[in-house]
Design a protein around this ligand. Structure first.
Ligand SMILES: Cc1cc2nc3c(=O)[nH]c(=O)nc-3n(C[C@H](O)[C@H](O)[C@H](O)COP(=O)(O)OP(=O)(O)OC[C@H]3O[C@@H](n4cnc5c(N)ncnc54)[C@H](O)[C@@H]3O)c2cc1C
Length: 455
């Protein structure tokens, strides 16, 4: 079965995943003499860098998602099938999907990444993650449900567990979400929950390494830590949470933080698809590619973005899992596929590092640019807002996000704290257990032994 795709005399490029890489590649092939078939399990493109704003009620989910079919309206060589890709059969040039098999001439895997729980089952079963829009909405509901429950209990330990929030992982996602939650504690919750003593609510940010924002400059790391201190976030460095049971997040065999709200942002694995040669798959489930994004031994199979493991002279440990890498891979591969079709040799990928940034809260952000340029504070915050606004897909999304941000800024309030679809720990187990079961065997190690700390 070929899922009713039209027969074409042109070669078919099948792209699995319509995230940053897959979307850009399909757009760049709009004038190429190929049939472009995009497969994604979701019928929308998700702008992941703003997920934490959905989780903390700053933006509505449909401000950061855009329907795939709408993006490609008018692109005549474009076809989309909503499906889960389950396996690749490279011998027959076919992908096996939840809606049938799809044949390819060229296959591009742009499947992104999944949360890495480092094989810690109690955490995988009970922690919240933030990789998708449903995750972000669940996180928002779950935290607000727990505030409601905190009003109902007389037990101080239970109340504290319901109010405490522990975010694990001091990278940009962890910093952004804990900063945002701390700001919510300061400006939103006192208005909504005057009966709760919010001094009992702590936001913890737990990082296994010695600094926040590991890959950024020392200046950004120090600024981020200072901002966290100003916001009252308890930052625990050189510390790892390895067990989470009975509302206790353990950072040693016996020491724990009491919390009902554990947010896991400590790492990701590649979202590999079964069927590729085992030697092409790295320890954290990424697909090894050469400098043309080609999978070794499979001349017509390519991988781009987070799932692709590519090393360069400058980056012998592999390119970072970032949106600009996925987009630059896509640009280069679009040109290379057209070179291959013309019988020319492909060209090597070169990464252009545009810099990195992280927002901590209102008026507080850090920015590193090439040539050791660093800035922070209000100007950094404005830069972050501008870059994210410009890169959001869709004019409507840009306008709605701008209005929501302007409203929050001038009113020091966030409008979006509805518990529309209540979420329970049982839903969490179902949601995460199913999606990441195959990643449980991840071999990458999560932090050595943490030192004892006082909390
Ligand atoms: C919370 C968060 C914040 C981030 N912040 C930043 C930031 O500030 N700056 C930055 O540069 N990067 C950031 N990133 C990383 C950035 O989002 C990724 O690097 C980028 O999305 C990678 O693009 P991609 O195309 O490789 O994969 P993705 O954008 O993840 O897209 C993968 C797509 O593949 C689909 N898919 C996966 N498997 C299958 C399958 N088997 N069948 C069908 N469809 C499938 C998924 O539904 C998805 O649409 C952030 C990530 C997260 C989670």
């Amino acid at each position: 079965m070929d899922t009713n795709l039209p027969v074409s005399s042109q070669p078919r490029v099948v792209i699995v995943g319509c995230g940053f890489g897959g979307l850009r590649l399909a757009q760049q092939l709009r004038k190429a003499p190929v049939q472009v078939v995009v497969i994604d399990r979701n019928n929308y493109h998700n702008f992941q860098p703003l997920l934490y704003q959905v989780a903390t009620g700053a933006l509505e989910a449909d401000s950061i998602a855009y329907p795939i079919r709408k993006i490609f309206t008018g692109q005549k060589n474009f076809f989309y099938r909503m499906a889960d890709v389950q396996r690749i059969d490279s011998a027959s040039n076919t992908v096996v999907t939840s809606v049938g098999d799809i044949r390819y001439d060229y296959l591009v895997l742009a499947t992104g990444s999944l949360t890495n729980f480092f094989g810690l089952e109690s955490i995988e079963r009970n922690a919240m993650q933030i990789k998708s829009i449903p995750n972000a909405l669940n996180l928002r509901s779950f935290i607000f449900q727990n505030f409601e429950k905190a009003l109902l209990t007389e037990d101080p330990a239970e109340k504290q567990a319901l109010l405490n929030i522990v975010v694990v992982g001091g990278g940009p996602t962890g910093v952004e979400i804990s900063g945002s939650l701390a700001e919510m504690r300061r400006s939103v919750l006192p208005k909504d929950y005057p009966e709760l003593n919010l001094k009992n609510m702590q936001v913890y940010l737990v990082e296994a390494g010695p600094a926040l924002l590991g890959p950024m400059s020392k200046a950004s790391q120090d600024d981020a830590k200072r901002y966290m201190d100003e916001l009252g976030v308890r930052v625990l460095l050189n510390t790892s949470i390895k067990r989470y049971e009975d509302s206790r997040a353990y950072y040693s065999d016996t020491d724990f933080i009491r919390t009902e709200n554990l947010v896991w942002a400590a790492g990701v694995n590649g979202a590999e698809v079964p069927g590729l040669p085992v030697e092409a798959i790295t320890r954290n489930k990424r697909i090894t590619v050469n400098s043309w994004n080609q999978v070794p031994g499979l001349p017509n199979v390519f991988a781009i973005g987070d799932v692709a493991f590519m090393t360069t002279d400058d980056m012998p440990k592999g390119l970072p899992m970032l949106a600009p890498v996925a987009q630059q891979h896509a640009d280069q591969l679009a040109a290379n596929l057209q070179r291959l079709l013309r019988g020319e040799s492909p060209q090597d990928f070169k990464y252009f590092n545009k810099g990195s940034m992280a927002i901590v809260s209102r008026n507080k952000a850090v920015v590193d640019l090439p040539k050791d340029v660093h800035f922070r504070g209000f100007f950094g915050w404005l830069t972050w807002l501008f870059v994210h606004l410009m890169t959001l897909v869709g004019f409507r999304n840009k306008v709605v996000a701008l209005i929501d941000w302007a409203f929050s800024y001038f009113s020091t309030d966030q409008a979006l704290r509805l518990i529309i679809r209540p979420f329970s720990r049982k839903d969490m187990k179902d949601d995460q257990g199913k999606k990441s079961a195959e990643h449980r065997t991840a071999t990458t190690e999560y932090n050595p032994t943490p030192p004892a700390i006082q909390v």
